[in-house]
Design a protein. Structure first.
Length: 405
């Protein structure tokens, strides 16, 4: 059975060309880039080239990049740097639909006496800009928002938020882990102060990330040690993985037209076919979102059951963020959007890449209807091809339907 991999927002495969670029740095090119001899020099040169490649993808200067271990470390570094460089400011602004790397940090900060404001979203997952404007005060140390939501793909107006924060004198960080490599990014023409990314979302290996830090921004390192990364992140550089991220950045830059052309077309065709299944709906703004992502609710069935049957048929998908997939609670993102409880429970995320094909979409559209029909035939809330309870489940509000009560 061939695998159809529709879970690229969770992680991507390592591109063979990325792996090929990395391999010499496990073998012949093993020097420490801080060493003065020729072995160190050749590795140092490779790191500089990798930094240039990533800077080209981001539209920034190479010296504005700080390498980290992952997106979570980048997010943590951004938050704590803003707070440590502005100790008199005790207010953090984020949203209700952030990744756990920010949400759990915000919860921790609130327990430490910081004031945290979480901005809401509407039914389509769009940021409430009026609420954001009202939230900013002279005490606000940082605004941290996702560029692209990891579950729905919905894009926040990050450039507009950057302008607003610069006007108000507030540091602005965006978690762009899902956005980099899928949509164009031009940091040099933005008011973004810090940006997080993760290599394994764009066909580099797990265990490498980066944080963009705007030139001139006051910065406090999260990891204190040696002189590496211009004193902004101590520790010997993870050379093979940094080189791999550079190679992946080169590929991603060249693939942007394909991401926003062929991949988008496959996603749209897959989505349109799935919407022909009764009582099915797309979650999130269908216009302003990533080109590879769709989040769909199949009402009256459980998302976990859908994923189990899809996996058995060779299709890899997810019910939301891989970092929260162990929870039995419905997605906090969908709940913040006001998606009905039972629909949120029956939601799955499909995220494509340039490695997917039209034939895989065709095969998925053959498999999905049979899976959903089988599960609904087992449901007491579905009878004779239609909901058995009318619209009762659609108006559920934490206990107001026959399932929750």
């Amino acid at each position: 059975m061939e695998t159809i991999y529709f879970d690229n927002n969770a992680t991507t495969r390592v591109d063979p060309r990325v792996l090929e670029a990395m391999l010499p740095f496990f073998k012949a090119s093993y020097g420490n880039p801080s060493s003065m001899h020729h072995k160190g020099g050749e590795v140092g040169s490779a790191l500089r080239q990798a930094r240039l490649s990533l800077a080209a993808l981001l539209g920034c200067e190479p010296h504005e990049i700080v390498y980290t271990s992952c997106g979570t470390e980048s997010d943590n570094t951004a938050l704590w740097s803003a707070l440590r460089t502005q100790p008199d400011k005790r207010h953090v602004v984020t949203s209700k639909v952030e990744h756990s790397a920010i949400i759990n940090n915000a919860t921790f900060l609130a327990k430490q006496g910081y004031r945290v404001t979480e901005i809401g979203v509407d039914r389509l997952g769009r940021l409430d800009m009026d609420q954001l404007k009202a939230a900013l005060t002279p005490d606000t140390a940082i605004v941290s928002l996702l560029w692209a939501n990891n579950e729905t793909g919905v894009l926040f107006p990050i450039l507009e938020v950057g302008e607003l924060c610069r006007e108000r004198g507030v540091v602005f960080h965006t978690d762009a882990v899902q956005a980099v490599g899928k949509i164009p990014v031009d940091l040099g023409n933005s008011k973004i102060d810090m940006l997080s990314l993760s290599g394994h979302k764009l066909e580099a290996p797990k265990g490498i990330g980066a944080l963009y830090v705007r030139h001139g921004l006051r910065f406090a390192p999260f990891m204190i040690g040696g002189h590496q990364e211009n004193g902004r992140r101590g520790g010997t550089e993870n050379v093979p993985y940094i080189v791999g991220l550079g190679a992946a950045a080169d590929l991603a830059l060249r693939r942007l037209p394909e991401e926003n052309g062929r991949v988008r077309a496959m996603r749209d065709r897959l989505e349109a076919g799935l919407l022909e299944i009764p009582s099915t709906m797309v979650n999130g703004d269908r216009e302003f979102r990533l080109p590879n992502t769709t989040n769909i609710s199949f009402e009256y069935v459980e998302g976990e059951s859908i994923l189990f049957h899809l996996s058995h048929a060779g299709i890899c998908a997810s019910s939301g963020s891989a970092c929260t997939s162990g929870s039995l609670e419905p997605s906090h993102v969908l709940r913040a959007m006001g998606v009905p409880f039972t629909a949120a429970h029956g939601s799955i995320r499909l995220s494509l890449s340039v490695n997917n094909t039209d034939s895989e979409v065709d095969r998925a559209l053959e498999i999905f209807p049979a899976v959903i029909k089988k599960l609904r035939d087992l449901s007491p809330f579905w009878k004779d091809g239609a909901p058995a309870l009318g619209n009762a489940l659609l108006t559920c509000d934490d206990g107001g339907c026959q399932i929750c009560s």
